[in-house]
Design a binder for this molecule. Structure first.
Ligand code: BGC
Length: 338
């Protein structure tokens, strides 16, 4: 979010990955009621967004065993953050190594009985030049949707992470329909996740214009308030990088989360859409006690409203899993899965 330093992985390496295609992980994709699905997706975590494995599979931090570990750790869902634009040629064709790595991830998530969200995460590029990136955006879904058309309905598509900047509400409402129409050609009833403009923040839900007739949509919001706490010391967030020692946990702060989520819930009720809290968390530089208290309060509030959630993130920052020590970051993990 609000990232000025681009951590996006570049290029594609030639990979020799033993994996199966999307089709072979398949069962018929029968439509599932999105409200029911959100109930089942419950607790999740964002994975793989910034892992070197997309560039060179052998250098991956995240390994097959981590899927099992996530499942055993009490999670039901993974949200895979995909920088698809970085793995396309000039015609928008996704390279084979990227697709094989993706198949590997989907296959492993499914065989560990995890719901898996395929989230297009090139939001920073898109926000700078929506018109220029539109062909790549549509090309992404033109390839990904048919590839997974027969995959289990435990696979969900998320059209785009955090639309912002030049990708105005008006443009976003236009583009999301275009992508959704492409997806619906091959996946008529798969649940698709879509969030509001302005970084998927709850207070912009009213600007989100979804096709009313499509009842296989889950609406996502992200929550990082207050930014001075959750993004203190974060290099990519110039407004907050100089903050440090900000704690969290007063009564007023706790009430604010409840009120904000209550506002989102009112919208969800009025519009008959289920909610996924797709990202939330507090950056590693804050004090652990406050971070754990914040995390616990956010998830318990979300759960009290019947939302599913996916914590930001497994690795390499805001970590709930410490790859170097090969263990859960206990206070955060316990806050998420008590
Ligand atoms: C971005 C991450 C960032 C996080 C919190 C995500 O959407 O992809 O890079 O760390 O938001 O700011």
């Amino acid at each position: 979010m609000r990232r000025s330093i681009d951590r996006v992985l570049h290029g594609a390496a030639i990979l020799a990955v033993v994996c199966t295609t999307g089709a072979s992980v398949a069962h018929a994709a029968n439509g599932v009621d999105p409200f029911k699905q959100v109930k089942q997706m419950k607790r999740g975590v964002n994975i793989l967004g910034y892992d070197p494995l997309w560039k060179n599979f052998k250098e991956g931090r995240f390994r097959e065993r981590h899927f099992k570990l996530i499942k055993k750790g009490g999670f039901q869902t993974v949200r895979i953050n995909l920088h698809g634009f970085d793995h396309m040629d000039s015609t928008g064709k996704l390279d084979e190594s990227f697709l094989h790595t993706l198949d590997w991830a989907v296959q492993n998530a499914l065989s560990n009985k995890l719901y898996v969200i395929l989230d297009l995460h090139n939001y920073t590029d898109f926000a700078k030049d929506p018109v220029g990136y539109r062909p790549k955006f549509l090309a992404f879904w033109r390839q990904i949707a048919p590839r997974y058309k027969d995959a289990s309905n435990h696979v969900l598509f998320e059209i785009l992470n955090e639309p912002n900047g030049e990708l105005t509400p008006q443009l976003w409402n236009e583009y999301l329909r275009e992508a959704l129409a492409i997806i619906r050609e091959t996946n008529p009833t798969r649940n698709v996740i879509i969030g509001p403009p302005f970084w998927n923040t709850f207070d912009h839900l009213k600007e989100l214009d979804l096709p009313k007739e499509d009842r296989h949509i889950i609406v996502t919001i992200h929550y990082y308030l207050p930014m001075s706490f959750t993004h203190q010391g974060a290099l990519w967030a110039p407004e907050w990088v100089h903050f440090s020692g900000v704690r969290w946990g007063t009564e007023a702060e706790r009430r604010k989360v409840v009120e904000d989520f209550g506002q989102a819930q009112e919208w969800a009720k009025a519009n008959h859409r289920p909610i996924l809290l797709g990202e939330f968390g507090a950056y590693d530089k804050g004090d652990m006690e406050s971070r754990a208290a914040y995390t616990a309060h956010v998830v318990r509030t979300a759960e009290s409203l019947g939302w599913a959630w996916t914590y930001w993130q497994f690795d390499p920052d805001f970590i709930v899993f410490d790859m170097e020590r090969d263990q859960w970051v206990k206070p955060i993990w316990k806050a998420l899965i008590p």
